[in-house]
Write a protein that binds this ligand. Structure first.
Ligand code: RIB
Length: 306
């Protein structure tokens, strides 16, 4: 049976400033702590899936800058198939500026760099690995035309698509009906459903609206209120694990990558949500994107303790 998880998406070099409070407009916060780590939603999800025990291939474009060889070597050290990580001549890799406040909350801004070179042509070149996928995992830091191209191809080949609509930005809504599993936070869910989630009573109606649009499984992550999955047969809720958060960067990515592993392993939705929530709870207790993504053993131990 195929069990390859193919992650198609972005990679970034993250430049982080951890500070005791996030600045107001025009304010300079001094005594911040600087860190440079590897991130990008696609790469974080590929790393999360690999560390959670998945067989992972990553399809991505990087630039030629000095940070990049080490970034790709790290993927290989995590056992990720990087045959289709393309180096774009004359480009820089994606970069993210991340400001983190004392409770782990953040501000982010991203220069996509080489990530926007992940075009349908590059996807065609990566077909050998895409054709072998048990599930395709994507986010939204690459061009819209590429997302649509992959969805159409996956539909034709009946390969399930797990799409994390993050960050939320304009998208051709006619395509959402072709997604098997959508993972979104409250804000992204509201954006796609054109509704606003203000209280917990708004969550299920928003998920139902997305389901009516044709998505098979809608997962909404609710931060400290856990996560919910809704499909035609069931509604599954799991509470969040209580931890001391220092940095929430990549928590959603860790959730998606580890959920994909549980999915290809055939776990029930309840078990899969619990597994993914545990992985993302561990992630928020550490600084940085990829350095904070847990390994399978840690997730299993964390769950065994609870
Ligand atoms: O989801 C977190 C990621 O978003 C960061 O690693 C940053 O690179 C941005 O892409």
């Amino acid at each position: 049976m195929k069990n390859n998880i193919v992650v198609i998406g972005s990679s970034n070099v993250d430049l982080i400033m951890k500070m005791d409070h996030l600045p107001e407009k025009g304010e300079t916060v001094t005594d911040a702590e600087f860190m440079q780590v590897y991130g990008g939603k696609g790469a974080n999800q590929a790393v999360a899936a690999a560390r959670a025990g998945g067989r992972v291939a990553f399809v991505n474009c990087v630039g030629e800058d000095a940070y990049t060889p080490r970034m790709v070597e790290n993927y290989r050290n995590d056992g990720i198939d990087t045959r289709f990580v393309f180096t774009e001549r004359g480009m820089t890799s994606g970069h993210a500026l991340v400001m983190i406040g004392d409770k782990g909350e953040n501000y982010l801004s991203v220069d996509p760099g080489a990530n926007y070179r992940l075009t349908p042509k590059r996807i065609d070149e990566a077909m050998p690995v895409i054709d072998d996928a048990a599930v395709i995992v994507m986010q939204y830091e690459i061009p819209e035309e590429t997302i649509k191209y992959v969805i159409d191809y996956a539909n034709k080949k009946t390969i399930p698509v797990l799409w994390n609509f993050a960050p939320a930005r304009t998208f051709d809504l006619s395509y959402t009906s072709k997604i098997n599993t959508l993972v979104v936070n409250e804000l992204e869910a509201g954006y796609l459903a054109q509704m606003t989630i203000e209280t917990e009573h708004d969550v299920e109606p928003t998920a139902s609206k997305l389901l009516k649009g044709g998505i098979e499984n809608v997962i909404i992550t609710l931060g400290q209120n856990g996560a919910i999955l809704v499909n035609g047969d069931e509604t599954v809720r799991v509470p969040a694990f209580e931890v001391d958060a220092v940095d929430t960067t990549a928590a959603g990515d860790t959730f998606c990558g580890s959920f994909a592993v549980a999915y290809v392993e055939g776990k029930s939705f309840k078990e899969a949500l619990r597994f993914a929530s545990a992985a993302s709870a561990i992630c928020v207790t550490r600084m940085g994107a990829q350095p904070s993504v847990p390994k399978r053993k840690e997730i299993d131990l964390f769950l065994a303790d609870r």
